[in-house]
Design a protein around this ligand. Structure first.
Ligand SMILES: NC(=O)c1ccc[n+]([C@@H]2O[C@H](COP(=O)([O-])OP(=O)(O)OC[C@H]3O[C@@H](n4cnc5c(N)ncnc54)[C@H](OP(=O)(O)O)[C@@H]3O)[C@@H](O)[C@H]2O)c1
Length: 263
């Protein structure tokens, strides 16, 4: 059955590739972007590829933008938009953490609540939260981001249990990507070096941290988004999605192992 699917943050990366994949499977895809420039570029790409995509700007932190979902009969909402922030919890400005939570948790929840109105009334729908394996295992020096994804994963699991009580056929699932090469991780890890000066507790460790981060992502990151996009497609189309969809598989296995070992 073809579904009406709205994706946030579809101007790049995983969201963009998921939009193509879902549209190519015949779904009505509403690909929303952070800004108008991305929306225009995406419309042009869709035309060039002869793929039917409906595109508009939806900054999830803008209340007026969020209202647009009220006029849509969504079968699936994919909360993919997200931002990253890094730095040690010993010294990062708490406002930086607040800003990440504003996008990854609060605005995501506000948009979800609007979409849920229609879904609960129609007694059908699926909400996907693109969280992260960083929401399962704490990531040193990425904690502003990791904490937000812990909160998001908890929100998804809790909302899923609550909606079961309503017996309203609205499904909730978590998409948990491992490290995937979209540029997101590099931008996120670099952000802290803009403010970590000589006064930082970790100033002496910066050269080692930088090379460690580069090595880790070179080793770990999947080269493309295909494995996680396949999971997004599966969750979007499932009649009763399971709670978690993780990819790449090996990174998901690593997280399970880390949790068993109590890391
Ligand atoms: N790549 C990974 O290794 C990885 C791993 C685990 C989880 N994830 C999650 O996967 C999702 C997609 O990440 P990605 O790797 O594809 O990186 P990405 O290309 O940077 O995708 C994030 C998208 O969200 C958009 N965005 C940011 N703030 C927004 C807002 N307020 N409203 C609407 N859109 C907004 C970004 O726009 P701009 O480009 O203009 O900022 C960007 O298009 C994120 O939630 C991320 O946390 C990624």
């Amino acid at each position: 059955m073809n579904k009406t699917i709205l994706i946030t943050g579809a101007g790049s990366g995983i969201g963009l590739d998921a939009a193509w994949a879902l549209a190519e499977r015949g779904h009505r895809v509403i690909a929303t972007t952070f800004d108008e420039a991305q929306a225009q570029a995406l419309r042009a790409q869709a035309q060039a590829r002869r793929v039917r995509l409906e595109v508009f700007k939806l900054d999830i932190t803008a209340a007026a933008d969020r209202q647009q979902v009220l006029g849509l009969e969504l079968d699936v909402l994919i909360n993919n938009a997200g931002v990253g922030e890094s730095g040690s919890l010993a010294e990062v400005a708490v406002d930086r953490i607040r800003a990440v939570f504003e996008v990854n948790v609060f605005a995501t929840l506000e948009l979800t609540q609007l979409a849920l109105r229609g879904m609960i009334a129609r007694r059908r729908g699926t909400v996907l939260f693109v969280s992260s394996i960083a929401g399962r295992v704490p990531m040193p020096f990425l904690m502003p981001y990791s904490m937000s994804k812990f909160a998001l994963s908890a929100a998804g699991a809790g909302l899923r249990a609550e909606l079961r009580q309503l017996d309203c056929n609205v499904q909730v699932a978590l998409i948990e990507p491992g490290a995937i090469h979209t540029g997101f991780n590099q931008a996120m890890t670099d952000r802290k070096y803009a403010w970590m000066g000589p006064q930082s507790y970790f100033a002496a460790q910066v050269p080692r941290l930088k090379s460690q981060e580069a090595r880790t992502f070179r080793l770990l990151e999947a080269r493309d988004t295909s494995s996680i996009v396949a999971q997004i497609v599966k969750a979007s189309e499932a009649r009763r999605p399971r709670l978690r969809y993780v990819a790449p598989w090996l990174q998901g296995f690593g997280v399970r192992l880390a949790r068993i070992l109590g890391v």
